[in-house]
Design a protein. Structure first.
Length: 195
């Protein structure tokens, strides 16, 4: 267990090769750290959600160059991982700092996105489990998932992983000419999460 005064360790890969692990469900599949070279495939996934869903509150598509900067910024302090099958990225997962004030430094907000056709096939669970393992090893105390509601698939994923609902904000987002609620689910690593 980390001491309350310690600072979470950054997980940037620096100049070394990204860590990778093969997955059991497909011998051509692996989970590995994201790189700037992955940005184009990541925006192909993410821009679908921007244009067609309320899952993200962004409304303008993101370029590969913008995404490469985001990946580098996140990896200065937190993990950003991808699931790759035979060279194609089919999902990604990352964490960011929950809030900027110093007292929040042990709380991370988590995010996962998949190719839409791969939803509800276990890939989100696979990615999220790896992300949570890395956050715990990094010394994070809490993982928080924000979910635009309704979203039964994401709620189910978070609850299966041990997250509990801690907040519900009605009508805080406006996208596609309608108000959107947001709920927050939390997993505490040092308090009986079973992870």
């Amino acid at each position: 267990m980390r001491r309350p005064g310690s600072v979470p360790r950054p997980v940037s890969t620096g100049d070394r090769a990204p860590a990778a692990m093969t997955t059991n469900h497909d011998p051509g599949a692996m989970i590995r750290d994201a790189t700037a070279a992955d940005a184009a495939q990541i925006v192909d996934i993410y821009n679908h959600y921007i244009l067609h869903t309320v899952i993200t509150f962004e409304t303008a598509v993101v370029t590969a160059q913008e995404m490469a900067v985001r990946i580098a910024d996140v990896q200065a302090s937190f993990p950003w991982i991808v699931h790759e099958t035979d060279g194609k990225i089919d999902g990604y997962c990352y964490a960011t700092r929950w809030r900027t004030r110093a007292a929040y430094r042990f709380a991370a907000e988590t995010t996962v996105y998949l190719l839409p056709e791969l939803a509800r096939r276990g890939l989100g669970t696979l990615l999220y489990n790896e992300l949570l393992k890395r956050l715990r090893a990094q010394g994070q105390h809490v993982a928080i998932g924000g979910i635009a509601l309704p979203n039964d698939a994401s709620v189910g994923l978070h609850q299966r992983l041990g997250f509990v609902k801690v907040a519900h904000f009605p009508e805080v987002g406006w996208k596609f000419n309608r108000w959107i609620d947001v709920g927050y689910w939390q997993l505490t690593f040092d308090g009986g999460s079973g992870l």
